[in-house]
Design a protein around this ligand. Structure first.
Ligand code: PLP
Length: 359
């Protein structure tokens, strides 16, 4: 008899499960929305549950939702694919484009799912490091692509966890300078006030990845989508699981697209982000503290010491910790009072606590 260990793929046995940090107190770790479900979306959800039937399989093609998304961008339904979060879209990109041993090129630091998904699907990831001031090193990326001939180049704009954006001329150089699929992850683009869905008309190898998990505050429903020219979408559709997206997520996503309240919420979140940055930027350079400009709904900081984790958790602030000696954290923008608490805690850390540490 063969054991589970003998039957499993050897590399799978070596992998760690995706770890989610335990949360205590104020949840500022996962870039979720701090706003409740809008009343109109909640009402539509309740009405739908009262009158519709969950015994029936969902529309396997998500046609109405794709129409709604396509309508918003002035595109056709053939240029949209809907998935269970953009995580599933990343998985489909790996499944559809990677054969055994194929490579992808990914930024570092950035979203861990790109590399993870490539490895699960028998490929491998070649990382490039962001520059000292956290920009994408265009020439170096193009050189890495020339050497490695990746099937997919991932770009995250604004980049998670650093919050910076790729200037448009750099973006064009990256798309035009490679012959890979360019997967442009714009999960946070609403907070930056742009999106590059339009660019897919010009570039047949470009796919823009979008999600309802962040600006639309629907992370719990797992809804993502991709925008690309029809031939690219058709390839992805071949590896898509039937009925991948449930009826309820499809209905709520359509309702969310109709809801006018999100624009104001996005504006408030961006203003709060800028307020946190302005409050903490004067401390840059003190006791190893550094904060970086962000166009997303989070801020990336170096706090000078690994002790930051215990310190923040003791104050009920669950930000994302990276556990490094530089005390790197990523804090999601929350409600104004949570942001006040974040600012106060970090001010005290930089001016008092960090100084104590160094004695
Ligand atoms: C949160 C996030 C996503 C969205 O993931 P979902 O699976 O749609 O929840 C995608 N890309 C990045 C960079 C993210 O941070």
């Amino acid at each position: 008899m063969r054991t589970i260990e003998e039957l499993a793929r050897p590399e799978v046995l070596r992998w760690e499960n995706y770890q989610v940090q335990p949360v205590t107190g104020c949840k500022m770790d996962a870039n979720e929305s701090s706003f409740p479900l809008p009343e109109s979306v909640l009402q539509a959800a309740i009405e739908w549950l009262k009158h519709e039937d969950l015994r029936i399989y969902p529309d396997t093609d998500c046609l109405e939702l794709r129409k709604a998304i396509a309508g918003r961008y002035g595109l056709s339904v053939h240029e949209i694919i809907c998935t269970v979060g953009s995580d599933q879209l990343i998985d489909y990109l790996s499944k559809a484009f990677l054969s055994e041993g194929d490579r992808i090129v990914v930024p570092r630091p950035s979203f861990s799912m790109y590399a993870l998904s490539a490895e699960i699907n028998h490929g491998s990831a070649v990382p490039f490091e962001l520059t000292e001031d956290l920009r994408y090193p265009v020439d170096q990326i193009l050189e890495i692509c020339r050497q490695n001939r990746p099937k997919i180049l991932y770009l995250c704009n604004p980049n998670n966890p650093t919050g910076g954006v790729i200037p448009e001329e750099d973006l064009r150089r990256l798309i035009e300078g490679t012959d890979a699929i360019v997967a442009l992850d714009e999960a946070y683009a609403e907070f930056a006030g742009f999106d590059h869905a339009e660019w897919t008309k010009e570039y047949p190898r470009l796919i823009v990845l979008k999600t309802f998990s962040k600006a639309y505050g629907l992370a719990g429903l797992r809804i993502g989508y991709g925008i690309a020219q029809a031939p690219l979408i058709r390839v992805l559709d071949k590896v898509r699981a039937p009925y991948n997206l449930g009826t309820f997520p499809q209905i709520l996503a359509r309702e969310a697209l109709k809801c006018p309240e999100y624009a104001e919420r996005i504006r408030i979140t961006a203003a709060e982000r800028d307020r946190i940055y302005a409050a903490l930027a004067p401390y840059a350079g003190r006791n190893g503290f550094m904060i970086y400009p962000s166009r997303a709904n989070f801020l990336y900081m170096r706090t000078g010491s690994a002790g930051i984790e215990e310190y923040m958790l003791a104050r009920g602030l669950s930000v994302r910790f990276y556990g490094d000696a530089a005390g790197t954290i990523r804090a999601t923008v929350g409600r104004p009072r949570q942001n006040d608490a974040l600012i106060e805690a970090l001010r005290a850390w930089v001016t008092v606590q960090a100084a104590d540490d160094k004695e």
